[in-house]
Design a protein around this ligand. Structure first.
Ligand SMILES: [Zn+2]
Length: 591
């Protein structure tokens, strides 16, 4: 499991990376005693379950069981393997590592390599835009849309020329076309994906270019296209501008979501620095999950309220299920935010935001309008059911407490003439149905909890590890009694092997050193869990002695059983006597 990496470098990278800083780049953390807490990015977290311990430099989620050191955090969050995580954090810490060090043996292309390719392409596109002739049209388009030089620089806007410009430039720079395909810059036919388009690099939250968006400069093909999904990029989980908007979102606890790059950029120009954009897709659970790490409130801005209605229904379900306050705002005159800002100005746009409507009220209004317009009983009933369904979804996620449910039931009752009790009971029924279907459990990444086995023997093995992970020095006192071979629960045996090996080399080891040598995320999760349980239990010396006694007992019993199987009677007798003497020295021969 180890050995392929130079431990000294891995240790240096680990030490150079503060876990609170690192996790803080992805999750809004607040101080709680000696620890920091935040919403766990590894499950659908509704209360801050993620604990970061700056002293031990580890993280642990009390809900889903995710845990580990800095490497495990990026491994899990960005789906990297161990060498990729090492490289990622080395880069972040400015530590140079040998190329061969992180060469992954698998066919998967290393995400860091894709980032480098994207950086190169972004620079190439930017240079294209300055081309005296070929960049003219694009520059005049940007000027017409009132993008300043500063905007172009800030957002690294570029230009893709016609006809395989990237393919050609890559060849000149000796960048393999295979890599460009994997980065989404070339199609499978090895032709340029983006031709004659304005290019908007898309960053992840930490500021790496992970993809490109592109707007057509002529009438051929769709107006906007993005990179296809790559190892780095998944459209429905990505928010344009988040790297720049993140701090303002945290500071204001609210995020504004628009639909296009140009809307987002223009909002920033006009001082709305907490604005991000979906990449031409509607707002998804993935988006909500990302934003919820930073914001308590999300304001979705739509170009018109007809366009907003469909989206509002989805938003209600997504965001109330995620227990986040969501509001909707509509730009008048069917304009997009970019055009509206340019024509109406900052103050008017501010008004739109301030007049945003709580998604519940919005839905409610739609319902009452529908009821008012149409006295048809069946349609009315359908509307009520639809509304109850949305409320039930929200309630299922814990967004509505019984008092709120009561209030809603009263309001509904006044309009539709059903009693509040009837509505309440129907709500309860709907809630049950919604929770049975488990609509919103489908996107939470499940962290499998390790199988620690059952029974006293397994418990004792666990206990040995719980103690030694906290007090590695105590290993010395049991070195004659305990060895990894005695462990029979696979995951515990694996941990024991790692642990004993490290302790042998350095009895003063700490948890971080241990985690550092573990490649598997599951194993790291299990180690952090065992360490935590051990720490809670305390009483290390006595626990260890107890556990060792039980392990030895089972060990000798096992030996007897094995001997029985081989039916070597002499050996059996000898062993039984020996065992019995050990168990009770005063009772020799009594079986
Ligand atoms: Zn979690």
């Amino acid at each position: 499991m180890q050995g392929a990496f130079d431990n000294n470098i891995v240790y240096r990278i680990q030490q150079a990376t503060d876990i609170a800083d690192l996790i803080g780049e992805y999750v809004s953390l607040s101080k709680k005693g000696r620890e920091m807490v935040g919403l766990c990015p590894f499950h659908d977290d509704h209360r801050p379950s993620l604990c970061v311990n700056p002293v031990k430099q580890i993280f642990k989620c009390f809900a889903c069981g995710a845990g580990g050191d800095v490497f495990k955090f990026v491994q899990m969050l960005e789906n990297l393997n161990f060498p990729q995580a090492i490289e990622r954090l080395a880069q972040r810490a400015g530590i140079k590592i040998e190329k061969s060090f992180y060469k992954s043996k698998s066919d998967d292309v290393d995400p860091a390599t894709l980032v480098r390719v994207n950086d190169w392409a972004a620079r190439h596109f930017q240079k294209n835009l300055t081309h005296p002739e070929k960049g003219k049209l694009a520059r005049s388009y940007l000027k017409e849309r009132q993008f300043s030089e500063a905007d172009i620089k800030k957002w690294s806007i570029g230009l893709a020329f016609d006809k395989n410009d990237i393919a050609y430039a890559a060849q000149k720079n000796k960048i393999s076309s295979e890599l460009l395909v994997k980065a989404g810059l070339l199609t499978a036919q090895l032709t340029d994906r983006f031709e004659n388009r304005i290019i908007f690099p898309i960053w992840d939250v930490t500021g790496r270019i992970i993809a490109f968006g592109a707007r057509a400069l002529d009438q051929s093909g769709p107006k906007y296209i993005n990179s296809n999904n790559t190892a780095l990029f998944e459209k429905s989980n990505c928010l344009y501008g988040l790297n720049l908007a993140k701090h303002k979102i945290v500071a204001s606890a609210s995020a504004i979501v628009v639909e296009g790059y140009t809307d987002c950029m223009m909002c920033h120009r006009f001082g709305f620095a907490n604005v991000v954009a979906t990449l031409g897709t509607s707002f998804t659970t993935g988006h909500a999950r990302i934003l919820r790490r930073y914001a308590r409130r999300i304001i979705l801005i739509f170009d018109s309220d007809t366009a907003g209605i469909e989206a509002a229904n989805r938003a209600l379900e997504i965001c109330l299920a995620g227990n986040i306050d969501i509001r909707l705002a509509f730009v008048p005159q069917q304009k997009d935010p970019c055009d509206y800002l340019l024509s109406a100005g900052q103050k008017e746009f501010q008004n739109i935001i301030e007049n945003s409507v709580d998604v519940f009220s919005f839905k409610w209004e739609r319902l009452t309008n529908a009821l008012r317009k149409d006295d048809n009983l069946i349609d009315g009933k359908a509307a009520v059911e639809q509304f109850l369904q949305s409320i039930a979804t929200a309630m299922n996620a814990g967004a509505i407490n019984p008092i709120e449910q009561g209030l809603l039931a009263n309001r509904l009752s006044r309009i539709i003439g059903l009693s509040a009790e009837q509505i309440n009971s129907q709500l309860d029924k709907t809630v049950k149905r919604v929770s049975n279907t488990g609509v919103f459990n489908n996107n939470g990444q499940h962290i499998s909890t390790a199988d620690f086995g059952t029974g006293a023997f397994a418990a004792a093995q666990r206990q040995v590890l719980e103690v030694l992970l906290n007090q590695p020095r105590l290993a010395d006192s049991v070195k004659n009694d305990i060895e990894p071979e005695l462990f029979d629960v696979p995951v515990l045996k694996q941990i024991a092997c790692v642990l004993f090996d490290i302790i042998r080399q350095n009895p003063d080891t700490d948890l971080n050193r241990i985690l550092m040598t573990v490649e598997s995320v599951e194993l790291a999760n299990a180690i952090v869990l065992l360490e935590h349980t051990g720490r809670e239990k305390g009483n290390f010396q006595a626990s260890l002695q107890d556990a060792v006694r039980i392990v030895k007992h089972y060990q000798s019993r096992k030996k007897i059983e094995q001997l029985k199987k081989t039916s070597n009677e002499t050996e059996l007798l000898k062993s039984v006597l020996e065992n019995s003497r050990k168990q009770n020295p005063h009772n020799i021969g009594m079986l």
